[in-house]
Ligand binder design. Sequence first.
Ligand code: HXC
Ligand code: NAP
Length: 261
Amino acid sequence: MSAFKDGLLNGKVAFVAGGTSGINLGIATRMAELGAKVAVAGRDPEKAQRAAAGIGRGAVGYSTDVRDYAATRAVMEQIVNAWGPMDIVVSGAAGNFLSPAAGLSANGFKTVVDIDLLGTFNVFRGCYDLIQKPGASLIAITAGQAVNPMMMQIHACAAKAGINQVIRVMAMEWGPEGVRVNGISPGPIAGTEGMARLAPNPEVTKALTGRIPLRRFGEISEIAESAVFLCSESAAYITGTILDCEGGSQLGDARSPFERS
Ligand code: HXC
Ligand code: NAP
């Protein structure tokens, strides 16, 4: 159920880095439904083409690795050459796997930090002179691990914590130019690669669900609605914030003492 009216994003140009699957593809699809011209990018060119075809409405798919500044900048230049300055930029590419710190190589740690954190810097820094000023809205996809430590997630915790600070610093520096920079922190979202990796069997899913105040995983469409809100006029005075869309997960373990035994 959406509160947003058809045509809300008419005339807007949106780029979703990491928008070729999962949550980010849901965001890209919803923005296109609401009238935006949408470009998505991921490493796999065929997956990017499939994603764009699935979105329809003239969406375009590009291939880039967000760890590569020049390649990612080149994609954004192509978008702007075709459609004009970008109004919406979403940085959502991420890598993740479960690993205890003691079993993680330096390159394993670096890989996740590079995709998530350096990738977000590259996307946001790279778009600086390619966005609509004033008026552009930048959104990074972060996670609860940025705030709450989680075992077997040292790489993602560090990367997402860094993203939260990138959001805040860029919001301060670019606010005077009329650019808003915000984050969305999804809770566990059903049917995603992320949850396939972090909740790899029904027992873990059941245990996790039982601790969430709203007692369910979120839907991709619910994160998409949050993204649309943040880049809409309704959020015109919101910058530097992290919007938790997570069913109350970060409040803590929502089982009574009797349920925990
Ligand atoms: C330990 C691992 C590992 C694992 C890879 N590595 N998988 N270490 N356990 N399961 C190590 C490798 O051994 C290697 O270190 C280093 O990481 C780089 O591995 P590559 O395979 O060369 O990396 P690359 O090809 O760049 O692939 C990146 C990836 C991969 C992150 C490893 O899984 C990927 O492409 N993921 C993208 C999709 C994804 O993860 N989606 C979920 C995002 S959702 P050595 O030392 O051997 O060289 C998400 C969940 C949100 O983020 C929840 C909150 C955060
Ligand atoms: P997903 O389906 O695996 O999406 C990841 C996307 O990023 C894909 O389009 C992938 O395409 C792209 N990508 C990965 N590495 C890349 C790189 N180096 N360069 C460019 N693109 C890259 O994951 P998801 O589960 O939907 O998660 C999406 C976002 O939500 C992530 O930021 C994640 O941390 C966050 N999040 C998810 C959950 C959850 O429950 N799933 C919870 C909290 C936060 P290619 O593989 O083709 O590159």
